[in-house]
Design a protein. Structure first.
Length: 393
C-alpha cells in the first residue's frame, strides 16, 4: 500500500513552486479527483473563492469546551486542554474564542477531495475494494515531523483556498460517485469534529458509511460521540514511546492508548497503523512492547499495519524503512500472538493479504490497492469456516 499522500487544492504563495511541481495531485481544482473522476464536479469552475471572502458559512459554535471568567475558554476536545483568551485560537489554529464563545472555523470548509480505495487509508477489514470519498479541512492538533500532508495540516484555514461543502452535499457527492464510504482523512479529523459528526449523520441517512483516519489525540467524551456516528476509525499509533511522542509528534502517547481502549469498549471497528521510522521507533523492544499491549488491552484480532516510512517534511534526512525492519516487526508481532499483522507501503509483498489465522489460507488477496480475490462467506473463511473479524458487507 502506498502512503496516503494528499495535496491541497491551493496553497499560499510561498509554496508556489511546490504546487507547480505537484500539479497532478491538485487535479481537484478543475473538478477531477486523483484516481477517479467525479460524476458531478465538486468545484464548479476555478476554485476562486478565497476563504476570507466567505468566512461566515464556515463558522459554527464548537462542541466540547468550558467557559471561564474574563471571556476565556478551556477547550476539552483534545488532551492539550488549551486555555484561550478572547480573540485567540487554540493550538490547532482552526478554533477561535470570540467574546467568550468558542467557534470552529472549518465546518464545511473542504480543502481537498479525492476518491481513494479504502485500502489506502488503510482499512483492510472494512469493505475490501470499496471506493472512499475522502475529504479534509485544514488543521491538526499535533505536529509530526514525518507528516505527509503538512501543507494542509500545519496551516491555518485562511492560508489555503477552500470550498463550501455542507454535510448533505457531501453525502450526495459520495452517492453520485458510487462511493459507499466517506473518509475523513489527510489532516486531523479531531480538529474538525463538528463537521465529521454532522456529515456522518447526513451520510447515514443517505445510506453511506463513514470512516475516520486519525492520530487518536482526543479526549474520551468527544471520542465516544464520534464512535457512535461513524462506522470505523483507523488510529495512527506513531510509536510505543513517550519520548517519540514528545520529540517527534509534539504530543503524548498515553491519551492515544486510552483512545484505543475506548474504541474497543465501544465496539467501534478499529485498525492501527504504525509508521516505522528508521532509528526513531524501530527497535525490537518497542515492537514487542506494542504487540503485547495490543494483545492484552485490545485483543489479538485488531489489525496492525507496519508501514514503510518515506522521507518527508522535517525528516528528509532519514532513509526509507528497510524491508527487513518491517519484516522483523511483523515477525515479532506474529510471535506475540497477533492474528492480523500487515506490511504497508511495499506493493506486492505477501503481507498485504489477509490470511485465516486457523488454516493460513488467503481470505483477501491484495496487490497494492487491487483486490485479487475475496474468499469469505458471511464473514468466515470459506475454507475452514473460522470467523474473520471485520465489516465485510
Amino acid at each position: 500500500m502506498a502512503r496516503e499522500r494528499d495535496g491541497p487544492l491551493n496553497t499560499v504563495d510561498r509554496r508556489a513552486f511546490l504546487k507547480a511541481a505537484s500539479l497532478p495531485c491538485l487535479a481537484a481544482c478543475s473538478g477531477a479527483l486523483v484516481g477517479a473522476p467525479l460524476a458531478a464536479p465538486l468545484f464548479a469552475g476555478p476554485l476562486a473563492v478565497p476563504a476570507a471572502e466567505s468566512d461566515a458559512q464556515f463558522i459554527r459554535e464548537a462542541k466540547f469546551y468550558e467557559k471561564l471568567p474574563y471571556k476565556k475558554i478551556k477547550c476539552t476536545l483534545c488532551p492539550r486542554e488549551c486555555v484561550i483568551d478572547d480573540q485567540e485560537r487554540g493550538y490547532c489554529g482552526v478554533r477561535e474564542n470570540r467574546g467568550g464563545t468558542y467557534y470552529t472555523l472549518v465546518h464545511s470548509r473542504v480543502v481537498t477531495a479525492h476518491i481513494d480505495p479504502i485500502e489506502k487509508k488503510p482499512f483492510f477489514h472494512f469493505l475490501p475494494g470499496a471506493e472512499a470519498f475522502s475529504v479534509a479541512t485544514a488543521g491538526c492538533n499535533v505536529n509530526c515531523k514525518m507528516c505527509q500532508n503538512w501543507d494542509i495540516s500545519q496551516v491555518r484555514p485562511e492560508q489555503v483556498r477552500s470550498t463550501y461543502v455542507p454535510p448533505e452535499k457531501l453525502a450526495t457527492l459520495a452517492r453520485q460517485n458510487n462511493c459507499p464510504v466517506i473518509a475523513y482523512t489527510y489532516s486531523e479529523p479531531v480538529v474538525y469534529l463538528e463537521y465529521v459528526l454532522d456529515c456522518a449523520e447526513a451520510a447515514r441517512a443517505a445510506g453511506v458509511r463513514s470512516v475516520v483516519v486519525s492520530g487518536g489525540y482526543i479526549q474520551t467524551d468527544p471520542l465516544k460521540a464520534l464512535s457512535t456516528r461513524v462506522d470505523a476509525i483507523k488510529i495512527d499509533l506513531k510509536a510505543y514511546s513517550e519520548q517519540f511522542y514528545k520529540e517527534v509528534v509534539n504530543g503524548e502517547l498515553k491519551p492515544v492508548l486510552e483512545a484505543l481502549v475506548t474504541l474497543r469498549k465501544n465496539g467501534t471497528w478499529n485498525e492501527i497503523v504504525y509508521l516505522v521510522v528508521p532509528t526513531l521507533n524501530d527497535g525490537d523492544a518497542e515492537f514487542r512492547g506494542l504487540a503485547r499491549w495490543i494483545k492484552s488491552e485490545l485483543g489479538p484480532d485488531v489489525p496492525l499495519h507496519f508501514s514503510r516510512f518515506h522521507p518527508e517534511y522535517l525528516l528528509k534526512n532519514l532513509p526509507p524503512t528497510p524491508l527487513e525492519t518491517l519484516e522483523r516487526a511483523k515477525a515479532i508481532a506474529d510471535a506475540e500472538g497477533l492474528h492480523y499483522v500487515y506490511i504497508g507501503n511495499v506493493p506486492g509483498h505477501p503481507a498485504e493479504s489477509t490470511y485465516c489465522p486457523h488454516c493460513r489460507r488467503k481470505v483477501v488477496e491484495r496487490t497494492g490497492y487491487t483486490i485479487a480475490g475475496i474468499h469469505l462467506h458471511h464473514g468466515k473463511c470459506q475454507y475452514c469456516q473460522t470467523p474473520i473479524p471485520g465489516v465485510w458487507s
